[in-house]
Structures are given as C-alpha cells and as structure tokens.
Design a protein around this ligand. Structure first.
Ligand SMILES: N[C@@H](CCC(=O)N[C@@H](CS)C(=O)NCC(=O)O)C(=O)O
Length: 223
C-alpha cells in the first residue's frame, strides 16, 4: 500500500484542513508527521526535508508515496479525488466544483483579516483592523443569503466548510478571548453554521486542546 504522510503542526489551521479531510475520507494507515509548534514561533529550525518538499517551507505538505503536494487547498482536493471512501466533499459537476474552489479562495482572502486584529499591539490601529475583520465576516455571512442549504455550498458539507472551520475555531478560541469581544455573535448565518459544524466528527477529532491553542497564540503575540 502506498504510504500517506501529512506534515502538520497542531496550531496550523491550514494543516488542520488536511487532517479533517484525511479523517473524513477514511484514508487508511496514514501517518502524521507532527512538527513542533515552536517552528511557527521561529524558535526552532524547519526540517531540511520539509524545505525540499515545499519551496515555501510551510505546512501542510502531503506525501503520497514519493509524490509530495503543498498548499492546503490542493492537498484537500487531491485527497478527495484519490480516496473515494468516507464522506464525499466535492460535487461531481464542474460548476459545483468551481463554486467550492471560489469559496476556498474567499476564505484565504477574507478570513486572514483576523490575524492583524489578534496580533495588534497598537491600539490606534484596532478600529481599522476590527473594521477589516467585521467587513470580511459580513461578506462571508452574506454568502448564506444566496444559497439554499445549511453549508457554504448548499445542502452538503464540502471542502469549503472544511477550509473555513479551523479559522472559525481560532476566532472563538483565541481572537475573541484575546480581544475581549464576541465578534461572531452579530453574524447569525456564520454563528449557526459554526454551531452545525460541531457535529461534524472529522472536525471534532482534528481539534487540538483549546487551552493549548490559546497559549500558542499568546506566545505568538509576545514573540
Ligand atoms: N497557503 C498555504 C499557507 C500555509 C501556512 O501559512 N502555513 C504556516 C503555518 S499555519 C507555516 O507553515 N508557516 C511557516 C512559514 O511559512 O515559514 C496553505 O494553504 O497551505
């Protein structure tokens, strides 16, 4: 059997996307090469092998036999195509697949506005960063007004929901407590979607300890 290895870091939301898909697709006998979160804090060197596999030096990287793939969106799609078992996470028609791909691109462009806000140490900038973040949440909340169904691309969970959910977990577990505000409460569609995602077992099983995650981000802010 060809070996599947995921190069991951517990705190990395992009790597968590790949861990969720490995679980959802019931990929047999995969291994997780779990790198120390200190690598993300730049307190530890990256393994040379990771740098050889990914020119950008980032996790996640997926090895399938001697084929290596970087970029979480590409890894998720590869796993969906290569492993037919478990939950189906992409529609079969090109139009449906393009909708999911656009939503993943929206996620990567919009949700990252949470980081300047979370890591901000200059209170003069808080208003600007909060506006960027809440505008992004509004853009994403509005997506649900244009579809019928409980998930980003309609009635079924797809790779779009998998792409978003690690970031919403970090909003709840780290951004909100660190900023002392409940940003998500004002966005009913996103709030309800995030509640529904709590019963998606591959997501539940992919999570790191919440207190550990909060500690990681506190260290990141102070690094
Ligand atoms: N666009 C990439 C982003 C991956 C990424 O930013 N990973 C972070 C950890 S969350 C990383 O490895 N950072 C270390 C670095 O880039 O040096 C993806 O979707 O896979």
């Amino acid at each position: 059997m060809v070996e599947v290895v995921l190069w991951s870091c517990g705190a990395c939301p992009y790597a968590q996307r790949a861990r969720i898909v490995l679980l959802a697709k019931e990929v047999p006998n995969y291994k997780i090469n779990d790198l120390d979160n200190d690598i993300l804090l730049k307190k530890k060197e990256k393994p040379q092998e990771l740098l050889r596999k990914n020119p950008y030096g980032a996790v996640p990287v997926l090895d399938h036999g001697n084929h290596s793939i970087y970029e979480s969106a590409i890894i998720m799609t590869y796993l969906e195509d290569a492993f037919p078992g478990g939950v189906r996470l992409l529609p079969s028609d090109p139009k449906g697949r393009s909708v999911v791909s656009m939503l993943i691109a929206d996620c990567d462009k919009k949700i990252t506005t949470m980081y300047p806000l979370m890591f901000n140490k200059d209170e003069a900038k808080t208003e600007e960063f909060e506006k960027n973040f809440t505008d992004a949440l509004q853009f994403l909340d509005d997506k649900f007004n244009n579809i019928s169904g409980d998930y980003f691309a309609g009635d079924e969970i797809t790779l779009a929901d998998v792409a978003f959910v690690p970031f919403f977990e970090r909003i709840k577990v780290a951004v909100e407590p660190l900023r002392g505000k409940k940003y998500l409460e004002n966005f009913i569609n996103l709030n309800n979607w995030y509640k529904r995602m709590q019963s998606f077992q591959p997501f539940v099983d992919s999570r790191m300890e919440q207190s550990e995650m909060l500690e990681f981000y506190k260290k990141y802010i102070n690094k």
